[in-house]
Design a protein around this ligand. Structure first.
Ligand code: NAG
Length: 382
């Protein structure tokens, strides 16, 4: 019988309410300390939050409520185009940097008004812990951006409602270059573009764990009430652990890795619970190496999209092939009422010969499904 207490990161449930980040980062982000022993403090205003996140002081910033940026910077009226002509309620694309002229020249255009706070994220510097208290600490109407930052923990935070009707209306979390970053137990919903995204700068020693990616919403690029733009990892040398996350009612990019010539990424995707995905989950484009193991795909149309990258997403009869490259068998994925991957590429395993990947503690897919449903998202750790 599986016991949660065998998991080092599950011990957090037994820890009294602490104010520093809770539990130990695992996977690539192991050793990350964020703001460390800085005295925890709650900002008194949006402006103070903005200052504390971006300055060069090590800080533990505790959010005990939602810091709402909606409307704080007024609105912008401009052109949008309609790349998706499905119905009902397609997302429109704001014409940022002539995107419509360059990529959708034939799309119908219209004039739209959107919230100006959405496309300009809060800057997060190095040596920070951003920690939610209880189940309703977070940021609304604006996201976060890390550029070449290191030693950052973002835990137990909700990020929601960023111009969800509009692509280019804002991302929830961008990381363009960085290392030692732990994104844990957060909740994302109603975002215009990406829930999480890395830019071309390398993002290393980074773990996304125990997060909820809730794709349910009115506006969608696929017009099925499901968010398409979940995760996108693009960097030149990304080395990322993506584990124990809960993705539901999405339709794409769950996550999309790679896709640009000359850039390469190693993303270890394990013990996630994917449910009710009308579209695709994992998409490995050119440059990507993805190892996905011990995941539970429940009612997922396409667990692995056919693309140009290398992905190994084994079922039980394919796990033994891992031994030759990573020195252990992989843990099988489970596919229930779901499609099955048709393009497993064993060469993807070459991206996971480091001690962190080879030595990872990986639950069975069923154990992961149970654990994730009980433990992902906000209100669990603090
Ligand atoms: C972060 O902390 C480390 C260790 O104390 C220090 O060397 C580094 O300069 C800090 N970074 C910033 C941007 O303050």
């Amino acid at each position: 019988m599986f016991s949660f207490n065998l998991l080092p990161w599950a011990l957090v449930a037994l820890t009294p309410a602490l104010v520093a980040a809770i539990g130990d980062p695992f996977g690539q982000a192991a050793g990350t300390t964020g703001g460390g022993s800085a005295t925890p403090a709650t900002p008194s205003s949006n402006a103070e939050l903005e200052e504390w996140l971006s300055d060069s002081t090590a800080r533990v910033i505790v959010l005990d409520s939602i810091f709402d940026f909606t409307g704080t910077e007024g609105t912008t009226t401009g052109t949008a185009c309609a790349p998706w002509t499905c119905s009902p309620d397609p997302q429109l694309a704001i014409d940022s940097n002539s995107w419509c002229e360059n990529y959708q020249p034939d799309a119908t255009t219209s004039t739209v008004t959107y919230d100006s706070a959405g496309p300009s994220p809060l800057v997060v510097g190095s040596n920070k812990t951003l920690l939610g208290s209880g189940s309703n600490g977070g940021i609304k109407g604006k996201g976060l951006k890390i550029t070449d930052g290191s030693n950052i923990i973002i835990q137990n935070i909700k990020i929601t409602d960023i111009n969800a009707q509009y692509v280019w209306g804002g991302d929830a979390l961008q990381i363009d270059g960085g290392s030692n970053i732990w994104i844990d137990h957060n909740y994302f919903q109603h975002i215009g573009r990406q829930m999480v995204v890395t830019g071309y700068g390398a993002v290393t020693k980074t773990t996304f764990s125990n997060n909820v990616f809730n794709g349910e919403g009115t506006y969608s690029a696929t017009c099925n009430g499901r968010h398409y733009w979940v995760g996108l990892f693009l960097g030149g040398g990304d080395q990322i652990t993506f584990a124990l996350n809960y993705l539901y009612k999405t339709s794409g990019r769950g996550p999309h890795v790679g896709g640009t010539d000359g850039y390469y990424q190693d993303v270890h995707i394990y013990n996630n619970y994917f449910v009710d995905i009308e579209g695709h989950a994992i998409d490995a484009g050119v440059g990507a190496k993805v190892l996905a193991e011990g995941n539970y795909f429940n009612t997922v149309t396409t667990p692995l999209l056919e693309d140009d990258g290398e992905a190994y997403v084994p079922s039980s009869d394919e796990v033994s092939a891992c031994s030759a490259t990573i020195g252990r068998t992989c843990v099988a994925n489970t596919f229930t009422s779901s499609g099955t991957p048709s393009t497993n590429v064993a060469n993807a395993l070459a991206g996971f010969t480091d001690s962190v990947s080879e030595g990872a503690t990986i639950l069975t897919a069923q154990e992961a499904a149970d654990y994730v449903q009980a433990n992902a998202g906000v209100g669990i750790v603090n």
